[in-house]
Design a protein around this ligand. Structure first.
Ligand SMILES: NC(=O)c1ccc[n+]([C@@H]2O[C@H](COP(=O)([O-])OP(=O)(O)OC[C@H]3O[C@@H](n4cnc5c(N)ncnc54)[C@H](O)[C@@H]3O)[C@@H](O)[C@H]2O)c1
Ligand SMILES: [Zn+2]
Ligand SMILES: [Zn+2]
Length: 376
């Protein structure tokens, strides 16, 4: 059913931190249970930048990054009955096979067959579907959306309504879902909660929006970039702390502001020292800290054991704890019903040829999400 290989443009990273180069790549047809997608829009997430810099992560190059994307099914591999050519889809950087121990458990979204892929290859055969002059080009999270066409496992995409705006709904395929899920699914922020959010990027602001919709009474935003406060107000941030302006430790400032500590704290930065601060900032007895960030360098978390003995909980979550295929359509419906909005998170719309501009803006802290439009 699928056609042959396609030659198309892809933004290839040749080495850590090196500007991407738009290259002609060969994209193989989808193998059994895979689909090939024409990418329509893809937004840049901090995780792409962290992995591209490869300071604390293995350096796998040449590679095609991108994992937050919307697209249209171009061809389908053998055995795929769930998708048809022309379906609109979101890519999933962590998939759902629906049959493994984790997929059948209510408690987990850590699919054992299609979970986060770290080696730069496809789950099914450990090979790549991209090549340049016969040499393989590695994938990222088995999605690689910085290419006009990409191949994903059918368990790593979800069909969405054709009425969803492709240039905005792509944000739900990673950052927004991660932030909302941390608040709605991993924890259960309740009416009147006191919440602290470290890092007011797309992930942190989505967590703030989730807390606002749950009617949290106080949502403290902590960010080293003072420009984030004004933006944060629209997402429900009630108080702002810039750690660089504090003469005392931030956790003490938060304890004073919250009468002993927050009910919930969320780490949305990607610094393990911030995880420790977030844990210290929540209340004895019931405080819950959720770490979402992907550390840029030091991966070890350190915390005094007394913080846990006194009743705090430290949790982490990938993709907001959502089961990606089962739960994402619910979030898309919320977007279509305007119960949630992502428009204010898009600060730039960028043509594919200018993709390096998106990397520059994110590195310099000058954007939330840059949406990259694949077609001119
Ligand atoms: N767990 C998941 O499923 C998931 C999904 C998407 C992204 N992430 C990770 O979440 C983190 C946030 O992603 P994003 O796309 O919102 O990133 P972002 O870069 O847009 O936002 C990070 C924010 O943190 C702020 N910051 C930096 N250092 C700080 C510090 N020491 N204290 C307080 N604030 C600080 C920055 O100014 C920025 O506003 C990243 O680590 C990313 O890799 C995780
Ligand atoms: Zn992401
Ligand atoms: Zn599974």
């Amino acid at each position: 059913m699928s056609t042959g290989a396609i030659t198309c443009k892809a933004a290839v990273a040749w080495g850590p931190g090196e500007p991407l180069v738009i290259e002609e790549v060969l994209v193989d047809p989808p193998k059994p249970m895979e689909i090939r997608i024409k990418v329509v829009c893809t937004s840049l997430c901090r995780s792409d930048v962290t992995q591209w810099e490869s300071k604390g992560q293995p350096a796998i190059f040449p590679r095609i990054f991108g994992h937050e994307a919307s697209g249209i099914v171009e061809s389908i591999g053998e055995g795929v009955s769930e998708f048809e050519v022309g379906d609109h889809v979101l890519t999933l950087f962590t998939g759902e096979c629906k049959t493994c121990k984790h997929c059948v458990s209510e408690k987990s979204n850590m699919c054992q067959a299609l979970g986060l892929e770290r080696k730069g290859v496809m789950h099914s055969d450990q090979m790549t579907r991209f090549s340049i002059k016969g040499k393989p080009v590695f994938h990222y999270c088995a999605v690689s959306s910085f290419s006009e066409y990409t191949v994903v496992h059918s368990g790593c995409a979800v069909k969405i309504s054709k009425t969803a705006p492709m240039d905005r709904v792509c944000l739900l395929s990673c950052g927004v879902a991660a932030g909302l899920g941390a608040v709605w699914k991993v924890t259960n922020v309740f009416k009147g909660s006191k919440v602290v959010i470290f890092g007011l990027g797309t992930v942190g602001l989505s967590a703030a929006l989730g807390a606002k919709l749950r009617e949290a009474s106080q949502i403290i935003g902590v960010d080293t970039n003072p420009q984030k406060f004004e933006k944060g107000k629209a997402f429900g941030i009630t108080d702002f702390i810039n750690p660089e302006d504090c003469s005392e430790p931030i956790f003490q400032v938060i304890k004073q502001m919250t009468d002993g500590g927050a009910d919930f704290s969320f780490e949305c930065v990607g610094e393990t020292e911030v995880v420790s601060t977030a844990l210290k900032s929540c209340s004895d007895g019931w405080g819950v800290t959720v770490t979402l960030g992907v550390p840029k360098t030091n991966p070890e978390i350190s915390a005094h054991y007394g913080l846990l003995l006194s009743g705090r909980t430290l949790k982490g979550s990938l993709y907001g704890g959502w089961k990606p295929k089962s739960d994402l359509p619910l979030l898309v419906d919320k977007l279509l019903r305007k119960e949630i909005t992502v428009d204010d998170l898009v600060t730039h719309d960028i043509p594919f040829d200018d993709i390096n501009e998106a990397f520059r803006l994110m590195k310099e802290g000058k954007c939330l999400r840059c949406v990259i439009h694949m077609a001119k």
